[in-house]
Ligand binder design. Structure first.
Ligand code: GNR
Ligand code: NI
Length: 167
């Protein structure tokens, strides 16, 4: 397994739309393993393929402390949403930035597993936030896009400064 490089906001590749997976093969399994390693290494609680410059509809999430609850969503689709919640969100593509974003409190998501088997999951709380955050990535959206212009400008400046200082 190998950890993959993560694209950083405002990289234009974060704005590409992912296409559905059609082949549930060994290549997909390897990619998902590498995405999980990338997420655990970071560390983060979720990762969308978009963030590793693969523009296919694949998400991994693990909210456990001990890597014991890996969830894989292929071609995910939110089919119901209810209520609202605000959560301070962070993103591995926007390191060091945490801002509140409004999300649905409860969602029903339909997706396929690694074997191409469809499933439906009801999620609330942080899991629901995470799924919505990751599906946004697949659609070419970053949580920063929900913030004010002023905040977006400040975040871009801060990340550019970070890059210069680590160069
Ligand atoms: O690690 C992550 N933490 C997080 C916290 C609050 C809301 C969403 C997230 S997802 C993020 C990992 C990431 O960037 N996934 O795309
Ligand atoms: Ni993210």
């Amino acid at each position: 397994m190998s950890a993959l490089p993560i694209l950083r906001y405002p990289d234009p590749r974060l704005y590409k739309k992912a296409v559905p997976v059609t082949e549930f093969d060994g290549g997909l399994r390897t990619l998902v393993e590498n995405m999980a390693e990338t997420m655990y290494d970071a560390p983060g609680v979720g990762l969308a393929a978009t963030q590793v410059d693969v523009h296919r509809q694949i998400i991994v999430i693990d909210l456990s402390r001990d890597k014991s609850d890996l969830r894989v969503f292929i071609n995910p689709e939110i089919i119901e949403r209810e209520g609202q919640q605000f959560c301070d969100e962070g993103c591995l593509s926007v390191p060091g930035i945490y801002e509140p974003v409004e999300r649905a409190e409860r969602i029903k998501v339909r997706a396929f597993d690694l074997n191409g088997k469809p499933f439906v999951l009801d999620a609330d709380g942080l899991l629901a936030v995470c799924i919505q955050h990751e599906i946004d990535h697949l659609q070419g959206k970053v949580f920063v896009d929900y913030l004010s212009r002023l905040k977006q400008t400040r975040i871009k400046a801060k990340l550019q400064k970070q890059l210069r200082e680590t160069a």
